[in-house]
Write a protein that binds this ligand. Structure first.
Ligand SMILES: Nc1ncnc2c1ncn2[C@@H]1O[C@H](COP(=O)(O)OP(=O)(O)O)[C@@H](O)[C@H]1O
Ligand SMILES: [Mg+2]
Length: 260
């Protein structure tokens, strides 16, 4: 009897739970439903990869979780707390980080400042360097650099990932981190995520088409036409989607370009 109660208590809250979430916009011709009555439960400490055809609603889903878009209907629970009406900042404070598909450049701000802002404390140079090393950047070359146009897309991406690490939040969201970077950087990025998977305590949700990122997932979610087409353990879902356009379609060229 008491065991039953303990079990029930343990299962009450998921790290993230979306209940009947819908999102529609007025596209001039009427209401367009982008996310349709979506239900999703993610447990604590999972490495989740979200994939699916372009235009399926993946980025919108990430924005809804981060608070950039508000669902038209439904509820979002984070550790059991209803965050549906919370702003981006409130959600960030509650423990949700979001790395944009196109990282932002900040003129006049050094990499060290950016990491300090993310960590919300006066990180020592050594502490800041640790985060840069974790994303494969030689820290001393970057720590004093300004976050401006002199950084390449790949460098910027890795600096942004370092800020997510410095933030150390419960849930880190990445929208297609592989987008817009060269092959060399891509290869390094995979190592960054493999490393992150081992070291990070919170949950990671990455939107990606890359087979190698899908391969390190605990769980895979396939989003198509605003709904969840599949969700389950990697070993179950990956064989089902490999070779279909839903998963690796648009980025196959990259893989064949010598990155295996
Ligand atoms: N604010 C918006 N207004 C109108 N259409 C939008 C808006 N945001 C997204 N969409 C549309 O919703 C669909 C899903 O977009 P998105 O979430 O970016 O898909 P994905 O990331 O899976 O490629 C696309 O057809 C896109 O054009
Ligand atoms: Mg997208």
């Amino acid at each position: 009897m008491s065991i039953g109660i303990a079990y029930n208590k343990r299962k009450v809250n998921y790290m993230l739970e979306l209940k009947n979430v819908s999102f529609s916009v007025d596209d001039g011709k009427g209401q367009k439903e982008i996310i349709k009555d979506l239900n999703l439960k993610i447990d604590d400490g999972k490495f989740v990869v979200v994939t699916g055809p372009n235009g399926g609603g993946k980025s919108t889903l990430a924005k809804i979780i981060a608070g950039i878009e508000k669902p038209t209907e439904g509820t979002i629970l984070f550790d059991g707390l209803d965050i549906t009406e919370m702003s981006i900042t409130e959600r960030a404070n509650a423990g949700i980080s979001f790395a944009f598909q196109q990282p932002v450049r900040f003129k006049g701000i050094r990499v060290l400042d950016l990491l300090r802002i993310a960590a919300k404390k006066q990180l020592t140079t050594a502490e800041a360097c640790k985060y840069l090393s974790e994303v494969g950047l030689c820290a001393k070359d970057y720590i004093k650099r300004e976050v401006n146009a002199s950084l390449s897309g790949g460098e910027l991406k890795r600096i942004e990932i370092a800020t997510v690490l410095a933030r150390g939040t419960k849930l880190s969201l990445f929208d297609e981190p592989e987008a817009g970077i060269d092959l060399w950087s891509f290869k390094n990025l995979i190592s960054v995520f493999e490393h992150m998977r081992e070291t990070v305590k919170g949950s990671i949700m990455i939107i990606s088409h890359q087979e190698r990122i899908l391969n390190i997932a605990d769980e895979i979610v396939v989003i198509s036409a605003g709904s969840i087409a599949k969700h389950g353990p990697k070993d179950e879902i990956l064989p089902e989607i490999l070779g279909t356009s839903a998963a690796v379609g648009s980025c196959n060229i990259l893989e064949k370009g010598g990155n295996k």
